[in-house]
Design a protein around this ligand. Structure first.
Ligand code: ADP
Ligand code: MG
Length: 258
């Protein structure tokens, strides 16, 4: 990468970079920078090496899927970038702030201001209200809480989500769950098209196909980091799924919603 690294050592807790500034008049600053993040859990006599040095940069407006097999460190990584946990070593800068050195109070504060939520399963996502869902996985660089909510509401209206995904996932059939996932991905794509940075964790390549960048982890390391060649439209796939469902007899769903 040609990006200059973010330095914090002599700057303490202060904001060390403009939040939405341009670098050398061209590329924006990364909204997320991790450098050699290590997370080791101590279990009695044993150490579990969950993250073995993860360095990643995410730029404003990216849409990233974190993938990889179970136990590869995805949750540990997302907990760190979601400011829910401290690394064993390494650095994390969120919009230029050296998060890994913040005290718990400051960490809670920056988490509330900068991070919606980090989620791993669509079940978890579907369980919440639509508005919270849309605010969950995203980082809105430079917007106030009110502005975040306003944008989330507007985005939901734009994609027609409203309360349509407020059912509990256990009440949904396989086909309904697939369509709910597509609705969510369409909402996220729509928000991303408006410049919002989104990071999700998913095991499912069919879900990751709707993002723009796929980061694959294995054994606590990033083993692959590739742009998605051809972006799929979740909205188009959702429409096709709804059509084929009604062609195959969608009576059941109509009855349920009457
Ligand atoms: P993934 O989300 O990809 O399944 P995790 O980050 O959950 O990976 O786990 C990575 C490794 O760290 C696994 O070996 C897991 O058992 C271990 N691990 C995760 N959380 C803890 C914890 N709180 N205490 C001990 N070990 C943990
Ligand atoms: Mg996990």
């Amino acid at each position: 990468m040609t990006q200059h690294d973010v330095h914090s050592s002599s700057h303490g807790d202060q904001l060390i970079q403009p939040e939405r500034g341009q670098q050398n008049g061209s590329r924006p600053w990364p909204v997320i920078v991790t450098r050699r993040l290590v997370k080791t859990y101590i279990l009695g006599e044993t150490s579990v090496y969950a993250l073995r040095g993860v360095s990643l940069k995410v730029y404003p407006g990216e849409f990233v899927a974190i993938m990889g097999p179970s136990g590869s460190g995805k949750s540990s990584f997302m907990n760190l970038i979601g400011c829910l946990d401290h690394p064993t070593s390494g650095d994390y800068f969120l919009a230029g702030m050296p998060v890994s050195r913040l005290r718990p109070d400051d960490l809670a504060d920056i988490r509330n201001r900068r991070i919606g939520f980090v989620f791993q399963s669509f079940n978890l996502l579907v369980r919440d209200t639509a508005l919270t869902n849309v605010m969950l996985p995203m980082i809105y660089a430079g917007f106030s809480g009110k502005e975040q909510e306003r944008r989330a509401r507007r985005a939901l209206q734009l994609v027609g989500l409203g309360d349509r995904i407020s059912h509990l996932p256990t009440q949904l059939s396989g086909g309904e769950q697939q369509r709910a996932s597509l609705e969510i991905m369409a909402a996220l794509q729509s928000l991303n098209a408006r410049g919002i940075t989104i990071i999700i964790v998913t095991h499912n390549p069919e879900i990751a196909a709707y993002t723009r960048r796929q980061v694959v982890m294995r054994d606590g390391r990033v083993v692959s980091d590739e742009p998605v060649a051809a972006l799929r439209s979740a909205q188009a796939d959702w429409s096709a799924a709804v059509k084929s469902n009604s062609a195959a007899g969608g009576m059941q769903i109509q009855e349920e919603t009457q």
